[in-house]
Design a protein around this ligand. Structure first.
Ligand SMILES: [Zn+2]
Length: 549
């Protein structure tokens, strides 16, 4: 039986770019799922934080001629504002710069070393003769040798999704200087993935409940055979190595000048954040990492797939402590903007905070929920945004709620003597709750969303067909309005994960509250009686008229 749920979401880089791809890629789907789990009565823990290391940070800092530390301090508050604005239900939102994270990362490494999964090897890295230093992969640009896509970064090809090793780029150049770079020998620690090939394969083959494309893509990577990968880099910004705890014969050259590679270290944040949360709240991290009935969900964009389906599971298995492995990597495809890839420099960009300010958080959450790129790339279109708000949210959902509440107040004076529930409303509501749960348990968020829209369609048809405003029979009128109030109450629960602000507002009008409680499932039909409105009903939503396309 499932009781506990762990949710890890991608850690936003603090390089200042929080476009709406971040909303669709992890923040909104993760928060919908988190709210669902909480209302379902699961003990839920959602963690993340700012990803402060790695070359996206140093590249940006170099560009602006400030230190990485200054850059991080400048942008962390912006990420916190982003999380707060969208009301994401994190239990902890920390950072990879904490002492706790550093300590746990080093422990993870030492365990892997002790268990025989780390080797030290000399390898070739990109080196810029012009700048006289090793260049991190992201500072290097060239042609992917596998698919020949141009302008790919040294660590990953965005076109074919492969993670790239030094030497996998044709005609590599320094991103900052534009000058050619060469390969030069340097010593590093490597993660011996081939040793875990069999265990990772078993883990993935046992996970055929994943989204089909995620499952297939992961198997594809495994079929190519896992290779050793460097987990340290010649860089001075990041988590340092625990030199004094490494056996002498295992030290590498110039160890003080190296740091853990960010892909190795940032995922450990899921674990270290849990430990930090447990310490601060007097809880037990073991409940989430050692209780095998706790299911682990991860939300991220597809550029992070391999890190969560292969590399992170391998780091966990390599600890040999029985830590829970990912149960479901909710990987999302990309969000495009009017058919084009986001690019701040080319002006193809919508800032997450600005759009929230301009149109309201729930409008953005509502539209993004309708187009989440779960199985293929999705496209943000301004015209469609406007139509979805006006036609679905305002005309169908808002209008139904408003019509019923106004009738209840004005014609029935908020009194219903015969609280009869129409059988068809009861049947439909129970059916929708059941399907809704089923879809969300599988992270089929768009399906669940469409199901709620269908339910609203049913509600409007029911009201239009029964026409309580033209009837004389009081008992019948009461039955219709009582039944419609039950629909509103059910909608309030179903829509809360999607548009929490509006549903909290509706709850207030109805004199109710939405309070998740461990062990209590809200997704079962519950009749509410004697509703007393706390304020005069006003429309919950207004039509969007600002967008001109
Ligand atoms: Zn490629």
């Amino acid at each position: 039986m499932i009781k506990r749920i762990f949710i890890g979401t991608a850690w936003p880089y603090v390089n200042g770019d929080l476009h709406i791809g971040h909303l669709a890629g992890y923040l909104i789907p993760a928060d919908i799922f988190s709210r669902f789990c909480r209302l379902k009565g699961y003990e839920t823990l959602m963690v993340s934080g700012t990803d402060c290391h790695g070359t996206p940070i140093t590249v940006e800092a170099d560009k602006r001629k400030i230190t990485p530390q200054e850059l991080v301090e400048e942008y962390i508050p912006k990420v916190h504002e982003f999380v707060k604005t969208y009301q994401a239900t994190y239990d902890i939102f920390t950072s990879t710069t904490t002492e706790n994270h550093k300590k746990i990362t080093q422990e993870f490494f030492l365990n892997l070393l002790k268990n025989g999964y780390i080797s030290k090897e000399k390898s070739y890295q990109y080196f810029s003769p012009e700048e006289n230093r090793f260049l991190p992969d992201r500072y290097v640009e060239g042609e992917c040798k596998f698919c020949l896509a141009k302008e790919q970064r040294g660590d990953q090809c965005e076109n074919c999704g492969r993670s790239l090793e030094p030497g996998d780029l044709l005609n590599p150049k320094s991103k900052l200087k534009g000058t050619p770079v060469i390969l030069k020998e340097t010593e590093h620690y490597f993660f011996d993935y081939p040793k875990l090939q069999k265990e990772i394969e078993d883990f993935v083959l046992n996970s055929n409940h994943w989204r089909e494309w995620v499952y297939k893509e992961t198997l594809g990577f495994l079929k190519e055979g896992l290779k050793k990968r460097a987990i340290t880099r010649d860089i001075d910004w990041g988590v340092p190595l625990p030199k004094e705890k490494i056996p002498k014969n295992f030290l590498i050259e110039n160890i003080e000048e190296k740091r853990f590679y960010v892909w190795f270290e940032a995922v450990i944040g899921y674990f270290s954040a849990t430990v930090e949360w447990a310490e601060k709240n007097n809880k037990s991290w073991e409940d989430f990492w050692l209780d095998p009935s706790c299911r682990h969900y991860y939300f991220m964009g597809k550029d992070n797939l391999i890190f969560h389906t292969i590399f992170w599971p391998a780091e966990l298995i390599g600890q040999q402590k029985g830590y829970n492995l990912p149960y479901f990597p909710a990987v999302n495809n990309f969000l495009l903007l009017e058919g084009k890839k986001f690019s701040k420099s080319r002006g193809i960009h919508i800032d997450s905070l600005e759009i929230a300010k301009d149109y309201g958080v729930d409008y953005v959450r509502f539209y993004i929920s309708s187009i989440l790129p779960e199985n293929k790339d999705a496209d943000f279109k301004w015209q469609e945004f406007k139509e979805t708000i006006n036609n679905e949210l305002v005309d169908k959902i808002g209008n139904f709620i408003h019509r019923v509440l106004v009738f209840y107040e004005e014609k029935l004076n908020q009194k219903i003597e015969n609280e009869n529930l129409a059988q068809e409303v009861l049947n439909k509501t129970e059916e929708v709750f059941q399907k809704y749960e089923k879809h969300l348990e599988k992270c089929e968020i768009v399906h669940a969303f469409n199901l709620v829209l269908d339910y609203v369609g049913f509600a409007n048809q029911y009201l239009d067909r029964e026409k309580p405003w033209s009837l004389k029979n009081k008992e019948k009128i009461e039955e219709i309005i009582f039944s419609s109030l039950q629909i509103i109450n059910s909608l309030r629960i179903m829509l809360w994960p999607f548009i929490p602000q509006s549903m909290d507002k509706l709850s207030k009008i109805l004199g109710l509250k939405i309070e998740p409680k461990v062990g209590q499932n809200h997704f079962v039909f519950q009749k509410i009686e004697n509703i007393k409105l706390r304020e005069k009903p006003t429309p919950l939503f207004e039509k969007e008229r600002k967008i001109v396309t």
